[in-house]
Design a protein around this ligand. Structure first.
Ligand code: EPU
Length: 349
């Protein structure tokens, strides 16, 4: 076990906001947690940080905790699938590549999402027609107040669109590892691949692939994401800043009658529909715009209207202010409330 305690530690965040934790505790062994929460962290609510890809830090936290263990192993083999376990600190995309290299399928559509395995269940990361909750077998957690470990099966995680039981109890549970149920690629029926999300089939065709497999689907998703979304290594961002809003069916129909181009998605139950937040923001003229207040470095990506970007020196507060102005515009123009997807630190929406 190795525990490190670092005063005034820079906090990694893909928005590239200048942020620090008063103290950062790092451990590479989840078994250290009971002693830490009985000692140095007793009664504290440290911010648990993973890859920092889903955070907007508006105010510096006093205390942060990072779990850095990153072991991946197969814990059970079955005829057509295996249970693969990864520690919370494993980089998400490195994990997806590991599963593909070891002959597993199921995570290919979730390629290239920034962040860690431990963060993935919290907001039930999703892309290109797949949500991670569909592939999760169990989530291992540490309960801070009682100092005990628990295991949630997939049903107990209550996964929904960008939501889970963990998101509502961020201070209660700390995710230490995740188990995935993944089919063997070799025995996968071609119809099990998810290719229907806009763009995947075209991308595969452009790659010259006519018999797709999990690896080529991953390549297609990587190609699409590289083109459509700004790279956080080049310009700070946290992916989609807003969730796609879910509205009553009647409201979706009324909006569609007035705006026939508005993308409206099913999958939110019979009586409601999910709307494209990107389209609503784009229609309000925000795509590619930069804030004219503060450093002037907070903006909306030119590539995708749903992505807020930090062109350099934007603070968390400037990005939040821009987000509020965008949401106000969407509300007054379309009567639809949009909400942030990333977690706000030191501020409420
Ligand atoms: N659109 C615009 N303007 C834009 C971009 C998109 O009008 O600038 C419209 C287009 O009509 C497009 C539609 O919005 O067809 C949907 O766009 P896209 O396919 O990019 O999907 P999204 O709903 O905007 C969601 C996820 C993404 C995920 C993609 C692909 C959310 C909040 N976002 O975006 O997830 O990669 O689908 O599956 O659900 C993330 O969560 O950080 C993220 C990037």
């Amino acid at each position: 076990m190795t525990v490190r305690s670092i005063a005034s530690a820079p906090l990694r965040n893909t928005f590239g906001v200048d942020a620090r934790a008063g103290r950062l505790i790092e451990t590479d062994d989840a078994n250290d947690l009971p002693a830490l929460f009985a000692g140095e962290l007793a009664g504290a609510s440290p911010l648990v940080v993973g890859g920092g890809s889903n955070l907007l830090i508006v105010e510096n936290p006093a205390l942060a905790l990072a779990l850095t263990a990153s072991t991946i192993r197969v814990v059970a083999e079955h005829d057509d699938h295996a249970i693969v376990r990864a520690d919370a600190g494993t980089e998400w995309h490195a994990f997806v590549l590991w599963t593909l290299e070891h002959g597993f399928a199921g995570l290919e559509n979730l390629s290239l999402i920034p962040g860690t395995v431990g963060a993935a269940p919290i907001q039930n990361i999703g892309a290109y027609g797949v949500e991670v909750g569909e592939r999760i077998h169990a989530v291992e957690v540490f309960e801070r107040a009682t100092g005990t470990f628990h295991r949630f099966d997939a049903a107990a995680c209550a996964f929904a669109y960008r939501d889970s039981v963990f998101k509502h109890d961020l201070d209660r549970y700390l995710i230490t590892a995740v188990e995935f149920a993944l089919p063997h690629a070799a025995s996968l029926a071609p119809s099990a691949l998810k290719l229907d999300y806009a763009g995947i089939r075209d991308e595969l065709a452009a790659m010259g692939v006519d018999a797709p497999d999990p690896r080529t689907v991953a390549e297609a998703v990587i190609g699409l994401r590289r083109r459509k979304l700004p790279d956080p290594a080049v310009v700070g961002n946290a992916g989609s800043f807003f969730k796609n809003p879910i509205v009553p069916l009647a409201q979706a129909e009324a909006l569609l009658a007035e705006h026939p181009q508005l993308p409206v998605f099913r999958g939110a139950g019979d009586d409601s529909r999910k709307l494209s937040a990107a389209w609503l923001i784009d229609a309000c003229g925000w795509k590619g715009r930069r804030s004219d207040t503060g450093s002037g470095d907070a903006g909306v990506s030119e590539q995708h209207a749903l992505v807020l970007v930090n062109h350099g020196r934007a603070s968390g507060a400037e990005l939040l202010d821009l987000a509020r102005r965008i949401a106000d515009d969407v509300q007054s123009r379309f009567g639809v409330a949009i909400e942030p997807e990333p977690r706000l630190i030191g501020a409420h929406w």
